[in-house]
Ligand binder design. Structure first.
Ligand SMILES: [Cu+2]
Length: 309
């Protein structure tokens, strides 16, 4: 390179210095501004030998929420004993290991919400995604949902503390009165990469079959209007589709988003296709619940499959 072209005059040096000073000033001002949270990084430190590990968002892994130690405790209280088919009004309390409440100002918005609950029944047939609202008491959050079945429901919470800016998880159980599945459900035993619902055909197509444990699977998610014509896909929580995978034991979940990250470019109106990548560490039977918004209707569609060793 010609050294004469990179030499700066004293005036240019002064300009460079000024720009650097202004940038540093802006940076320090933002660092100094309070974030609103009273919790620090240390409140979310796990001392147990099996802490929650954070995953690479571009290649998400199955998160074994139940087996790993979370630095957050979640408790659930309901206004009445939960029963299938009836609205359950619940209050959830989030606290750090040292008992500090986790309130809205302690969390960052992720996928357009502060707090996500993934609720799943023992048969994996009833999956619901709800967003609790902060209650008056700091650390308390309320939500309503209607369980479709009976059994020991598991509630996974997904949130991002402002102090760490990384996803964190917690789980709790909720006993629901009513008829549950005595053994594995028909869907669990049948397996299917296709589903029909509300006049639409849904398909999740792996590039290679079978899906193998520990290997990244490329999945194509597509929707067809059974009458022909458009598939009115709209955004839900900042994405055109959310896929959540559960294992038979409900040890945790994987929550994945389309590789097509630019939501200003919607998928094809007639043949929408979205691509996903998932790596499931263990063999077994799984369900992937797809959540989409079709003309304002939130639609949940299950795909049942086996993961080979
Ligand atoms: Cu999502």
């Amino acid at each position: 390179m010609n050294p004469a072209r990179t030499d700066l005059t004293p005036t240019q040096w002064r300009q460079v210095g000024l720009i650097t000073l202004v940038a540093a000033g802006i940076f320090l001002t933002f660092r100094w501004l309070p974030t609103g949270t009273n919790l620090s990084h240390m409140d979310f430190r796990v001392t147990a030998k099996n802490p929650i590990d954070f995953c690479d968002p571009l290649n998400p892994q199955f998160i074994p929420v139940v087996a790993v130690a979370s630095p957050v405790t979640m408790t659930l209280v309901t206004d009445a004993p939960p029963a299938a088919g009836r609205d359950v009004h619940a209050t959830l309390t989030l606290r750090t290991a040292s008992g500090k409440p986790i309130a809205p100002e302690d969390l960052l918005v992720s996928n357009t919400k502060l707090l996500h609950l993934l609720i799943i029944d023992p048969s994996l047939e009833d999956y619901q995604h709800v967003h609790p609202e902060p209650a008056k008491t700091p650390g308390d959050w309320t939500f309503t949902f209607t369980p479709r079945r009976g059994g020991e429901y598991r509630v996974f919470a997904d949130f991002t503390p402002a102090a760490t800016a990384r996803s964190l998880y917690a789980n709790a159980e909720l006993s629901v009165l009513g008829k549950g599945e005595a053994g594995p459900s028909v869907s669990f035993l049948t397996k299917s990469w296709t589903a029909e619902q509300a006049g639409f055909d849904f398909a999740l197509t792996p590039a290679v079959l079978p899906v193998r444990a520990g290997q990244t699977a490329d999945l194509k998610f597509s929707i067809t209007n059974e009458k022909g014509g458009a598939v009115p896909m709209q955004l839900v929580m900042g994405a055109f589709a959310h896929l959540v995978a559960f294992d038979a034991a409900r040890s945790g979940f994987a929550h994945i988003h389309p590789m097509e990250l630019d939501v200003t470019q919607p998928p094809d109106a007639v043949h929408p296709v979205l691509n996903f990548k998932i790596t499931i560490p263990r063999a077994g039977t799984y369900v992937i619940w797809a959540q989409v918004n079709l003309a304002g209707h939130e639609t949940f569609v299950p795909f049942w499959f086996d993961v080979a060793p």
